[in-house]
Design a protein around this ligand. Structure first.
Ligand code: PLP
Length: 259
């Protein structure tokens, strides 16, 4: 894409804004690490770039971000192709995490570009991703997404749709799914992921996730990744042992209304 002077100026403004937001997030991470007695070097920031264009991924890479998250195959596949044209070095340098609910029929497409799939929550998806990874001649890191459930006292009628949309396997299903992933050719079991339930105390939810992770590590000591924490609750996630934070809004801003 050719920039004229005006676009280049706009690009500089956007990069400066992203740098400011990124700094603020890194400061929050540093403060949370200090409070928890943790080393910030042990935490990976995944910038969730869903809703935002390839240009933003190039800016983030230039600002030192190494990991980006996408949540819809229909957006991510063309965006990453556009990034490869715009800035091939950024495309090669960025590690792509797929963090959204994934339909089985999209698994083969995602397997062509995702380095990590964080949202694996059922056996059929494990099989489809493994097949896609082998076809693409790639290895993919897999996180099992855990459903931490609805907080006690919520209206069980209303959140049902929300619940289904969020995804995740029930805690009882983690061990079986972990076995299936680690037995699958083309996949590496890397750890667990969860989204804190709406309206719940994220600290309590992330503590349960941490306990589930400790249990997983007994059978799968290499599955060291714990992905928890977003823009609103990253401090609670750091306090409960998260190794990966998935931050969208606090870095990129709110979802553009034009899209
Ligand atoms: C969008 C998204 C995020 C980022 O959420 P923010 O609140 O914008 O930081 C993290 N994880 C998942 C699974 C997402 O879909």
């Amino acid at each position: 894409m050719a920039y004229d002077g005006h676009d280049a100026q706009e690009g500089e403004g956007r990069r400066a804004d992203l740098a400011t937001h990124l700094n603020a997030v890194r400061h929050r991470m540093a403060a949370a690490c200090a409070a928890a007695g943790r080393d910030a070097a042990g935490i990976t920031l995944v910038a969730v770039t869903k809703f935002f264009p390839a240009e933003d991924l190039a800016h983030l890479y230039a600002l030192g971000v190494a990991d980006v998250g996408e949540s819809r195959d229909q957006d991510a596949a063309p965006k990453l192709a556009a990034l490869a044209d715009l800035d091939p070095v950024a495309r090669r340098g960025l590690r792509v995490h797929f963090v959204g609910q994934l339909q089985t029929n999209k698994a083969a497409s995602v397997a062509r570009y995702a380095d990590v799939v964080q949202s694996v929550d059922r056996a059929r998806l494990v099989d489809a991703l493994a097949k896609g990874a082998r076809r693409a001649d790639r290895r993919i890191d897999v996180l099992i997404q855990v459903d931490l459930g609805d907080p006690v006292g919520t209206d069980l009628a209303a959140p049902a749709a929300e619940h289904a949309a969020r995804g995740g396997v029930a805690p009882e299903g983690v061990a079986g799914l972990a076995e299936r992933v680690s037995a699958a050719q083309g996949l590496t079991l890397a750890g667990l992921m969860a989204v804190a339930p709406l309206g719940a105390d994220p600290g309590a939810a992330f503590k349960r996730l941490h306990d589930l992770h400790e249990r997983l590590l007994i059978e799968h000591p290499a599955a060291t990744v714990l992905s928890a924490g977003m823009s609103e609750d990253l401090e609670a996630a750091v306090a409960h042992g998260a190794t990966h934070l998935r931050v969208g809004t606090a870095i990129l801003g709110s979802r553009p209304s034009a899209r």
